[in-house]
Design a protein around this ligand. Structure first.
Ligand code: PHE
Length: 349
């Protein structure tokens, strides 16, 4: 028996030396420790030993079985590590190789401006609202103090769908819709982005469809100073630095006084250059204090409440900010044009 154990020990060592992968190791395990393995079978013979021998030989057998189990387990661990190292080496990736480029899209420049303005006003507590693109004569004109045959209707040549329905020529009708909806006839602070349509011939600076953002603030004691402060913040956000703004008297039937707003040229900082036609100023939007009649027509007490409103042309801002001199670029969607805004899209400016 003792001899057999020694013999098996030798055999096991030899067998393990030949092992070179997990599969052959498992074969060795089965042939020694499996149900019909050499060591397992040897155990049967222990029963036949005398009591005295059982003790010593039994211990020897147990030690050997434990040793065999450990040897196989150790080899298994080192083979597993070897296999993993091999696999890692085979699957090694050279991370310094240039990656294949995925062609990604970018935000449209008009969308970038739109988002910038919206997030600014949301941060100041304005609601963002929308209105229908097909408007009625009532909201697009009459409730904005532009009755039939009013010469101001000529300012905005309209696309008529029926005698009462038009494609809205401005986002200002959303002002009226909000005032009307506000049953308490109390304060309002809103902006309304959207597309507008005018029967213009398309050229470098005109388009039959463009985007506006309307703003309306109504409360007690709202003054021109609030309007000016709000516009200053807006221009600083859009054009960076400290931009000066100036108000020029203008005319809109729904505001009184009415103004157009110029911003100091961001190319020459107001000195005068080719971009601003040597004036030092760029015209950016229409604004004014809400006309008392407009407030009254929407059920507001115009003695108690006053308000300001303005309408920003998104294309105009984008053209000024990015130095684009043909409005049609925005609608053709040539990828090499849109690609220019990728970096701006990622880095914010
Ligand atoms: N709706 C005017 C336009 O489209 C702009 C404007 C809005 C003017 C609000 C004053 C107040 O030209």
């Amino acid at each position: 028996m003792e001899k057999t154990i020694k013999q098996l020990k030798k055999e096991l060592k030899e067998a393990l030396e030949k092992v070179n992968d997990l599969k052959s190791l498992n074969d060795v395990r089965v042939s020694f420790l499996g149900k019909k393995g050499k060591i397992t079978l040897l155990k049967e013979q222990l029963k036949e030993l005398s009591v005295a021998n059982k003790k010593t030989v039994g211990k020897m057998f147990n030690d050997f079985r434990e040793e065999a189990t450990n040897l196989i387990a150790e080899q298994e661990v080192s083979l597993q590590k070897e296999a993993l190292d091999k696999q890692l080496l085979a699957e090694k990736i050279d991370i310094t190789l240039p990656a294949s480029q995925l062609k990604t899209g970018s935000f449209h420049p008009l969308e970038l401006i739109n988002d910038e303005i919206i997030s600014l006003f949301v941060s100041m507590g304005y609601d963002v609202v929308r209105g229908p693109e097909i408007e009625t004569d009532k909201y697009n004109f009459e409730r904005l103090n532009i009755p039939k045959d009013h010469p101001a209707r000529d300012m905005q040549d309209s696309f008529y769908i029926t005698s009462k329905h038009i494609l809205r020529t401005q986002t200002s009708p959303i002002q009226v819709r909000m005032m009307e909806k506000n049953y308490e006839k109390g304060p309002i602070r809103m902006i309304a982005p959207g597309k507008v349509y005018r029967k213009d011939d398309d050229d470098a600076t005109h388009s039959h469809q463009f985007m506006q953002i309307e703003a309306l603030v109504i409360d007690e004691n709202i003054s021109l100073a609030h309007l000016k402060g709000t516009l200053e913040v807006t221009m600083q956000k859009l054009f960076g630095g400290t931009r000066n703004i100036r108000f020029r008297p203008s005319y809109f039937p729904f505001t009184e006084p009415s103004l157009e707003v110029d911003v100091s040229c961001f190319k020459c900082d107001g000195v005068g250059c080719a971009f601003c036609k040597e004036s030092g100023w760029l015209e950016v939007l229409g604004a004014g204090m809400v006309h008392p009649t407009v407030l009254q027509m929407s059920g507001y007490d115009n003695k108690k409440y006053s308000g300001f409103a303005f309408g920003i042309g998104i294309e105009r801002i984008a053209m000024l900010k990015y130095g684009i001199n043909d409005i049609r670029e925005f609608y053709q969607n040539h990828w090499h044009f849109l690609d220019l805004f990728k970096r701006i899209d990622k880095e914010g400016y």
